[in-house]
Design a protein around this ligand. Structure first.
Ligand code: 13P
Length: 340
């Protein structure tokens, strides 16, 4: 395959020791919702100022290997006048880009979703490559509920993920394949394990069928966790064991890394889960992070759209990056958490 060496090198660099990925690829709608909760005006200039605050935080390059950008951000300049992908690359951080166009209702399947964005994707990938992106992300969403997920929903999403991954690799861009099993609902951790196991099996079958180079991609799964409104919430060790068991049963050992999403877990819990998994010993793949909310939430709350809060917000962001970096080696502790 063309680009094979480059894909493998980029995928490994993204899961380098002690480092993980920052997902800062919220769509205009999603960042609008996060800003609205804090009464921050959702304008392109405020998005730019916010991303500038995150990306210019001194020293995060020790903990962050790559940043996933959104289409708006990859075209923007920092407040200092450097295009964001260039600013990141100069810090030794690999720029990436979300390339799906969001989810829509799956036809004939109420309550289920499929992801849009395959049409014209080859051309968009070529443009992003010229803008400095080296990796990409595509998110598919699976909902647990009564009689769902359906086989149709899993098949449609697995197909989309695999087609996307093949196109990304054709362009020399590492695909991050993200099948997210949502935390929404009252399902148990055991139900989440059964669904996640099945979804990952179907996704890998399809990736292999489409000829995707497994050594040149990363998997971004949700953790195996109790539904948000489940009365019996599984503890940290149970989540870690169920997640590692599920991944061991489904993810080929040649995948260089698994980079979790946080999915609505609190920042500290997301770090604790990753830490517990890495404490269990060595695994065939690197176990790392590609968190959005769990890396950003404290910093966003402190920043609040106010220039005067930048230093404090950056300190909070740096701290979350440092804690998650420690979780890569199972050395995150309550003491470290409190050192902020
Ligand atoms: P969260 O960590 O907030 O779930 O975001 C990760 C992500 O990229 C979702 O697509």
């Amino acid at each position: 395959m063309q680009h094979e060496q480059e894909l493998m090198a980029t995928a490994s660099a993204l899961v380098a020791p002690r480092k993980g990925i920052l997902a800062a690829d919220e769509s205009t709608g999603t960042i609008g919702k996060r800003f609205a909760k804090l009464n921050i005006a959702s304008t392109t200039e405020m998005h730019r100022a916010y991303r500038d605050m995150l990306f210019t935080t001194s020293g995060v390059e020790d903990f962050i290997s790559g940043v996933i950008l959104y289409d708006e951000t990859i075209r923007q300049e920092s407040l200092g006048g450097t295009l964001f992908p260039k600013l990141l690359a100069e810090k030794g951080i690999i720029p990436g880009i979300k390339v799906d166009l969001g989810t829509v209702e799956l036809a004939l399947h109420p309550g289920e979703k499929t992801t849009q964005g395959l049409d014209g994707l080859r051309e968009r990938l070529a443009e992003y490559e010229t803008m400095g992106a080296r990796f990409t992300k595509w998110r598919a969403v699976i909902t647990i509920g009564s009689d769902i997920p359906s086989a149709a929903c899993i098949a449609a999403n697995a197909h989309g993920l695999a087609q996307y991954a093949a196109l990304a690799q054709e362009s020399g861009l590492v695909p991050i394949v993200e099948p997210e099993v949502l935390m929404d609902g009252d399902h148990t951790m055991e139900q989440c394990e059964a669904v996640t196991t099945h979804v990952l099996r179907v996704v890998f079958k399809e990736l292999i069928r489409q000829g995707v180079l497994l050594e040149g991609m990363l998997l971004k799964p949700s953790m195996v966790i109790s539904g948000k409104t489940c009365a019996r919430q599984a503890g940290v060790q149970d989540v870690a064991e169920a997640t590692v068991r599920t991944l061991s049963r489904t993810v080929p050992a040649v995948i260089p890394g698994i980079v979790f999403l946080s999915g609505g877990q609190s920042s500290e819990v997301a770090t604790a889960h990753l830490n517990a998994m890495n404490k269990m010993g060595s695994h065939p793949w690197q176990l790392s992070y590609s968190y959005g909310r769990a890396l950003q939430e404290p910093a966003l709350t402190i920043w609040h759209g106010d220039e005067g809060n930048i230093a404090a917000a950056q300190a909070a962001f740096y701290h979350r990056c440092k804690c998650n970096s420690a979780a890569r080696t199972g050395s995150y502790t309550a003491e470290l958490e409190q050192q902020f």
